[in-house]
Design a protein around this ligand. Structure first.
Ligand code: SF4
Length: 217
């Protein structure tokens, strides 16, 4: 009989997931990193990377689109708004190196989704189990406010990613822009016929007909 690993999955399943989905998701991430569809956002991220914040003057900022991060066989996804200018835009990994990560990762570690409670750089050995973290917009926007056309520009990456995350069951959307991006994806890809009734409010939960669950926060 197969040996059962963390969260009920077998080691064989984990090996399969690593050998298959991750390589395609990695290829998608590589394309995201090289993306230049939004000139305003690309210029802003680079400018932040050049001026830097006083506390991070010895950092070489990532200053590129931030790739998604996590377990390719994840059943749970966190969908955020966009990278923080001096967090993910500096470190190159979601919720890493700023206050949002300092809040989020201890909680994820406590419930078994993260291997450690801290996240400060791409080389800190943090790994996720059963969780994938991504964003509606993958470049840091000025004032945390992407333009609608920038959300639209990034939407094909979300569609592609969600097609590859075949084990996903729960989507946790952080904020209204992420919530709207996810419900727009569901509509665009024919998983729902209307967004009627899917109204954002903090703590709201919605069953989705394709066997998924949507949580807004
Ligand atoms: S926000 Fe998305 S679509 Fe726009 S440049 Fe960044 S990665 Fe590309």
């Amino acid at each position: 009989m197969s040996e059962t690993g963390k969260r009920g999955r077998t080691k064989e399943f984990d090996a399969w997931a690593k050998g298959n989905d991750s390589s395609t998701l990695n290829a998608l991430n590589e394309r995201v990193i090289a993306c230049t569809r939004c000139p305003r956002l690309r210029a802003y991220c680079q400018q932040i990377g050049e001026t830097r914040r006083r506390a991070y003057m010895d950092w070489e900022y990532w200053a590129r689109p931030v790739p998604s991060f996590g377990d390719p066989a994840a059943r749970v996804m966190i969908l955020g708004l966009a990278p923080g200018a001096h967090g993910s835009n500096r470190t190159g990994r979601p919720f890493t190196g700023d206050g949002s990560g300092a809040f989020l990762y201890p909680v994820l570690h406590q419930v078994g989704f993260a291997t450690q409670p801290t996240a400060y750089s791409r080389e800190d050995d943090l790994k996720l189990n059963d969780l994938w973290i991504t964003a509606a917009v993958r470049c840091a926007p000025p004032d945390n406010k992407p333009l609608p056309k920038e959300v639209a520009n990034c939407s094909s990456y979300l569609d592609e990613e969600l097609r590859l995350l075949t084990h996903l069951r729960v989507a946790v959307c952080l904020g209204k822009i992420a919530f709207d991006a996810y419900t727009a994806h569901l509509l665009r890809t024919g998983k729902i016929e209307t967004r009627r009734g899917l109204t954002f409010s903090h703590g709201a939960e919605f069953p989705i007909p394709v066997g998924k669950h949507l949580i807004a926060t």
